[in-house]
Design a protein around this ligand. Structure first.
Ligand SMILES: NC(=O)c1ccc[n+]([C@@H]2O[C@H](COP(=O)([O-])OP(=O)(O)OC[C@H]3O[C@@H](n4cnc5c(N)ncnc54)[C@H](O)[C@@H]3O)[C@@H](O)[C@H]2O)c1
Length: 304
């Protein structure tokens, strides 16, 4: 199967998750991924803005995960014109290549930014519509995933973001894998879902987190209150939560990493005397290259 944008932050995590499940991988991007990801399959250099490149990348693939895009939070920033060209023309070319190659299974990276507030947001509206048209005209099985934010950030910012619009990169990867399996097995026709985190909080805590959150966290993770104060983690008045039950029912996917997992991880680092204030993480707690070894211990967020 083909993953476009395989060298990106999400693409690397998705490729690792697919390879761990034994999927044969073709990775397409303008530049190769790092060596450990490159070793997981075949790499095709491809600029999706060029129809021939897209055709070469898609040829022979049974299923496609289309992640290649620029987003407005990208560092260094990318112009709106480039965002539009890559996200719209690039998606059009990939879908036309899928049509020509008879691809019957597609996962598309949409975003919670979907809307009309920026050029990037609009490219996701157009991208979803192009995918919908691809489904309507070919009968292909298609899943559109509206990811929340998983851009690389400082560790403490990443943790606070989980209470807002953030999701762990590992959950992005597991959701994408679940979506791919659903389209490959043709269990869905056209399905769209949100990819966000979940904390298992009672509704009153969700609605009044600033007041009730610290006590609730303390009950779940003894010592949490002191950590929240020590690291000055800014608490939202209300926690952003979505109903993810449809994703659970249709894809069999639920997110694994919420604010409590972050607090447990922070507690371990704090106990080790680690300076987490300068720690940078790739939008997730785990370093996938050591994932598995660290399962349940969760000590490997990578310093970028
Ligand atoms: N990161 C987030 O917070 C977030 C949130 C919602 C949706 N998304 C979506 O998820 C997907 C992956 O995001 P990410 O954070 O991994 O992005 P990223 O910027 O880390 O990676 C994007 C990849 O696309 C590649 N690319 C760019 N132009 C290309 C072209 N013309 N042809 C081929 N490859 C090209 C880049 O080289 C890069 O490797 C994107 O579609 C993005 O819009 C991301």
């Amino acid at each position: 199967m083909l993953v476009t944008g395989a060298a990106g932050n999400g693409g690397q995590a998705v490729c690792r998750a697919l390879a761990q499940k034994g999927h044969r991988l073709r990775m397409a991007d303008v530049a190769p991924p790092p060596p450990d990801v490159l070793a997981l399959g075949e790499f095709v250099r491809c600029d999706t803005r060029t129809a021939d490149d897209a055709r070469r990348a898609v040829e022979g693939a049974q299923a496609v995960v289309h992640l290649a895009a620029w987003h407005c939070a990208h560092q260094p920033p990318v112009s709106d014109a480039t965002i539009f060209a890559v996200n719209v023309d690039g998606t059009f070319n990939v879908l036309e290549a899928c049509r020509a190659a008879g691809v019957r299974s597609l996962v598309f990276a949409s975003s919670m930014a979907y809307g009309w507030g920026s050029v990037y947001s609009v490219t996701k509206v157009i991208g979803e519509e192009l995918c919908r048209s691809f489904h309507e005209t070919t009968g292909a099985s298609v899943t559109l995933l509206r990811y929340h934010a998983f851009v690389p950030d400082f560790y403490l910012e990443y943790g606070a973001r989980l209470l807002r619009n953030g999701v762990d990169r590992r959950d992005v990867a597991t959701a994408t894998l679940a979506a791919l399996e659903a389209v490959a097995q043709r269990r869905v026709k056209l399905f769209r879902t949100i990819v966000h985190t979940q904390h298992g909080m009672p509704a009153e805590v969700v609605g009044n987190f600033r007041e009730l959150g610290p006590d609730w966290c303390e009950q779940q993770v003894p010592g949490a209150r002191q950590l929240l104060e020590k690291y000055r983690i800014e608490l939202p008045q209300k926690v952003e939560q979505h109903d993810l039950s449809e994703a659970q029912r249709v894809l069999g996917w639920t997110p694994a990493i919420g604010f409590l997992e972050f607090l447990r991880d922070l507690q371990r680092r704090d106990a080790r005397g680690e300076d987490v204030t300068q720690l940078h993480v790739p939008g997730g707690l785990l370093d996938w290259s050591t994932d598995g070894e660290n399962e349940g211990e969760n000590k490997g967020a990578k310093v970028l």
